[in-house]
Design a protein around this ligand. Structure first.
Ligand SMILES: C[S@@+](CC[C@H](N)C(=O)[O-])C[C@H]1O[C@@H](n2cnc3c(N)ncnc32)[C@H](O)[C@@H]1O
Length: 289
């Protein structure tokens, strides 16, 4: 199976990007290279695709997926907050974590296999999930779980249990501590939301998304398209608001009045796609500096 088979809303992303064969494109979130490869296939050798990810290991995998397209693809490792391209015909961001990050136990995102409590997308910098759970105030941990995990009822209870169990040493240790105070109901592990919250904080994901949203219009030429896929309601709300502001300011035209979501077939084949929401705009004017 190629990575493309896992890429969320793949056909919809390509349709909204309306790829011009000679155009210049930026995939901000290469992951396993599925979307990137599909974009590269639609470019001529005169086209250009910048394949970006903050995660060096993911970028190496994306390089392998794009081995047939080195004439038109360039690779770069940068967080959204460091992107400074200009003149793009299309920009894609497929937010969140890749299947590789979630299933490689050593990266510390998985609550099903034991690994270090890391969760950094870029393992060369920043604090780890272990730093956060072992050294932060109990109230801060509770607030993260409440806000980013959207764990409204159990956030305080979970934070108290984490505090009492310190030092937490591994992913399964943390998952077990959460399961000790929140009983399992249904197929979703009770620590899923706690892991999501910590991942968002470790990678500063909301600030990174804001940095991206504040620069995408400037990076795109008139007639160019911006497509963003999010997986969290807080992310989607930010994308919706920014796209609405750009539209009201006469800089962009909204292409998706409502978010585009995966159909039943895609959700059946890839349950992780169930919370995906795609929004797109076309740039129609210039942003005031
Ligand atoms: C859902 S995956 C992308 C999957 C990809 N579209 C594919 O088809 O294989 C999201 C990727 O975005 C990257 N990412 C998340 N936040 C980022 C940020 N702020 N800057 C750069 N890359 C980021 C992650 O490292 C991850 O590899």
């Amino acid at each position: 199976m190629t990575p493309e088979h896992y890429s969320v809303l793949l056909q919809e992303s390509l349709d909204y990007l309306a790829i011009k064969p000679d155009g210049a494109y930026l995939d901000c979130t290469a992951g396993l290279g599925g979307h990137s490869r599909a974009i590269a296939e639609r470019l001529s050798p005169a086209g250009r695709l910048i394949v970006n990810d903050r995660d060096g290991e993911s970028l190496e995998m994306a390089k392998r997926a794009l081995i047939d397209f080195v004439d038109r693809a360039e690779f770069q490792q940068a967080p959204f907050s460091m992107l400074n391209e200009t003149g793009m015909d299309g920009i894609l961001a497929d937010l969140g974590t890749s299947r590789f990050q979630l299933t490689d136990a050593d990266r510390g995102f998985s609550l099903l296999q034991d690994g270090p409590l890391d969760m950094r997308m870029d393992q060369t910098r920043g604090v780890t999930a272990a730093d956060l759970v072992n050294h932060s105030a109990e109230t801060a941990i509770a607030d993260w779980i409440f806000q980013f995990g959207q764990e409204r009822r159990n956030a305080r209870k979970i934070a108290r249990a984490i505090y009492a169990a310190r030092p937490l040493r591994s992913t399964l240790h943390l998952a077990g501590v959460v399961e000790g105070v929140v009983p399992r109901v249904g197929p979703i592990h009770p620590a899923t939301r706690t892991f999501q919250a910590l991942r968002i904080v470790v990678n500063d994901e909301m600030k990174e998304l804001d940095a991206l949203l504040n620069r995408v219009a400037r990076m795109t030429r008139t007639g160019g398209r911006i497509v963003i896929i999010s997986f969290h309601s807080l992310e989607d709300a930010r994308v919706k608001e920014k796209f609405r502001d750009l539209t009201r300011a006469g800089i962009a035209q909204l292409l998706t009045k409502k978010p585009v979501v995966p159909g039943d077939r895609e959700v059946r084949m890839n349950p992780a796609s169930r919370s995906a929401k795609l929004r797109a705009v076309e740039i129609t004017g210039t942003e005031a500096q």
